[in-house]
Design a protein. Structure first.
Length: 119
């Protein structure tokens, strides 16, 4: 199995990491903005669309980045075992193509530009 890698998003207003399996973006780990101070500051999302059913995607929150990373990795192990195997084809989501995969990943990210704080 390929290893998960992460890359820092250059466009996010706060710290945001995109998680990749090969060259397919399979999730995000990011600082959450606009939440009360007593709530977990980190959020993570595992899964992608198109390519799997939206209900197969999971997400959660954590107190630290390391905990968010561990929670994401646990969710990925479950997702990758139970998810549809023909999704990945030479690093692309089969039937979708790399450019549409990238566009869809940006559109469903927890780091979408419309989630930025105003001002």
């Amino acid at each position: 199995m390929r290893a998960l890698t992460r890359r820092l998003s250059p466009d996010a207003p706060d710290e945001c990491w995109h998680v990749y399996y090969g060259d397919v973006r399979v999730g995000t780990i990011a600082l959450r903005t606009g939440i009360p101070h007593h709530e977990d500051p980190w959020g993570w999302a595992c899964g992608f669309y198109p390519g799997c059913h939206p209900r197969e995607c999971t997400d959660g929150t954590a107190e630290t980045f390391d905990q968010a990373r561990k929670d994401f990795e646990a969710a990925w192990r479950v997702f990758s075992r139970s998810g549809p195997k023909p999704i990945f084809k030479h690093g692309e989501i089969s039937g979708t193509g790399q450019q549409r995969n990238i566009a869809a990943s940006i559109g469903t990210s927890v780091c979408r530009p419309d989630w930025r704080a105003s001002g």
